[in-house]
Design a binder for this molecule. Structure first.
Ligand code: TMP
Length: 213
């Protein structure tokens, strides 16, 4: 199996199924003997896991939006430097559950932080690294939140996190932002209907990746 190592990201609203799809893709890559690394943001490093706890803790109701943005950026600085760039340079694919697009959608479009500043911070944090392909698992907000709620009920210790507590209009803004960004960057975004069966979503992902494999 030859070819260049690729950087692939998955994005979408809460409950869109990206974690399930990442696991499925990882299984396929393993079966084909392609070296890869499965990771996520926030929380892809030890320092990032500390940051993730602050960001998602529902008790942190008073976290300032600018602080929130900077914590995501700090998590990304560490992740890119410590995990993503080293993996790519040793020839491993990187499959990442959320990346800089999430900051533009959530902190920029939904939270209302200045989007030029968000993009500038993203540029610094990523050192200019852009995914080769970004799968946007698109789903109606009501459906995603219902799925996320069901997942939480299955794992009651976790409960609802700070974002899952946001209202429908917040999540609608996130969805709309992602779709807008996908239209603006058709060279790397692939929008997949996440309401389809998991098998179908997986097929679609593999079909789009086949040009790299
Ligand atoms: P997850 O539930 O997919 O693990 O993501 C954690 C939460 O963090 C999710 O609600 C989306 C949010 N998030 C942002 O608001 N900005 C970001 O830059 C990232 C990576 C995630």
């Amino acid at each position: 199996v030859g070819g260049k190592a690729r950087f692939i990201t998955f994005e979408g609203i809460e409950g869109c199924g990206k974690t399930t799809q990442l696991r499925r893709l990882a299984k396929r890559m393993k079966a084909r003997g392609i070296p890869f690394l499965l990771t996520r943001e926030p929380g892809g490093t030890a320092i990032g896991r500390g940051i993730r706890n602050i960001l998602l803790d529902a008790r942190n109701r008073n976290l300032a939006p600018l602080g929130e943005l900077m914590l995501y950026a700090a998590d990304r600085v560490q992740h890119v430097r410590e995990v993503i760039l080293p993996a790519l340079s040793r020839g491993a694919w990187v499959l990442c559950d959320r990346f800089s697009d999430a900051t533009e959608a959530y902190q920029g479009w939904a939270r209302g932080q200045d989007r030029r500043m968000v993009r500038r911070l993203n540029g610094l944090a990523t050192q200019g690294l852009v995914p080769d392909m970004t799968f946007l698992l698109d789903l109606a907000v009501e459906k995603g939140l219902t799925r996320a709620l069901r997942r939480n009920q299955a794992m009651p210790v976790n409960g609802q996190d700070r974002f899952e507590k946001e209202d429908l209009s917040f999540h609608r803004k996130v969805r709309k932002a992602y779709l807008h960004m996908a239209r603006r960057h058709p060279e790397r975004f692939v929008v997949v209907d996440a309401d389809a069966r998991a098998e179908e979503v997986e097929e679609s992902v593999l079909r789009h990746l086949s040009r790299f494999l």
